[in-house]
Design a protein around this ligand. Sequence first.
Ligand code: XIL
Length: 402
Amino acid sequence: MSKAMGCKRFNIFLLMLSVLAITACEGSAGWETGPTAEPTAEPTAVPSTEPTAEPTTEPSAEPTPQISVTSLHAEADFPIGVGVPAGNASNSLIDSLDRQQIVNAHFSQITAENIMKPDALHPAEDDYFWDDAVALVDYAAVNGMSVHGHTLIWHNQIPTWMSNHTGTAEQWTTMMQTHINTIVGRFADTAAVVSWNVVNEAFTDDAPSVYRNTLWFSNIGEDYFAQAFTAARAADEDADLYYNDVRLELNGSKMNRVVTMIEAFKANGTPIDGIGFQMHVSLTSPEKTAIESAFARVVNLGLKVKITEMDVTVNDDKSLSALALDTELAQAARYQEIVKAYMDAVPAAQRGGISVWGITDDDSGLPELHQRDEWPLLFNANFTPKHALQGFADGLVGGGSE
Ligand code: XIL
């Protein structure tokens, strides 16, 4: 496909080499490990898309890169997705024309940020709530987008009745199968819903324990993984089924655990189509080589690779109170680097897609979670595009194997 962008492309990597060295800092960027201290400062200004000054850290002959991309998803022949607020969220996509304009122009897939999680869809054992999910799925269908279902089995955002459930392992398995069958089955004939995160965040990062001690693991045992995927496939034989987790790209014990699970599934015929890498990252960690080799491990096992929740934090050390141009360009370079790593390491047939976790910086839950200012996404709070959008697009175009 043609990936011409229609304007001169600048090499963000070269431009930002010195800037990266100054602005980057090692640190945890995930949703589980953030610092708990109070934020150091409020943002002082809405970031502007029209930069007024060159980066001051080192004079450069290069002009400031422009943001020219008009449709991000048009640059890719696989899903380019976004996690969206919906239901009664104050920033719901369904009620926000500004967000709809962005989503319709730039994305070809939607993931519900919250309203398709167990507590939202399955509020009582014999009661399912479909209205918000159906409205979102309809929105996607009408606007030519697909939906990635998130998530069926997790340890967070589960309804109270489920937490309080009692019974034998067999009874727990039956309850889980009913939950999965009913939800996946509800959307099985809905063309827009093309894939599901069947199990989310179920392994620990490090030894000694392998499995996160969720209510599923403690009540069913490790067999719940295979039972969950088997139930999902029984309910929809066409949907792609993913195991999804955070920090897999660090390529350590957790990735080894995922590989062991895939090998066991392949050996005993349990269905699985792909691995979701949440990809909550910082400017510098994990390194590109680690990301590529984690992707390669999944590719070599014949599964799809999907980046499911990408965001790039820039303020891990809490030193920033506003998003300056140099930092924004470093973030753009990081988006470009990771998207290019995906293009280089994942063959076209195994690309499940790339999704970011929110529309605007204001929509991200990271500032509240980490108690600091953050600007991790592709659009400013005032709905204007950031350099990160251009970095993402440049990674798609500059990337490797078709
Ligand atoms: C987050 C949502 O963005 C928040 O709004 C919510 O309060 C908590 O969950 N990993 C996941 C996502 O799989 O579902 C999480 O989303 C972020 C971490």
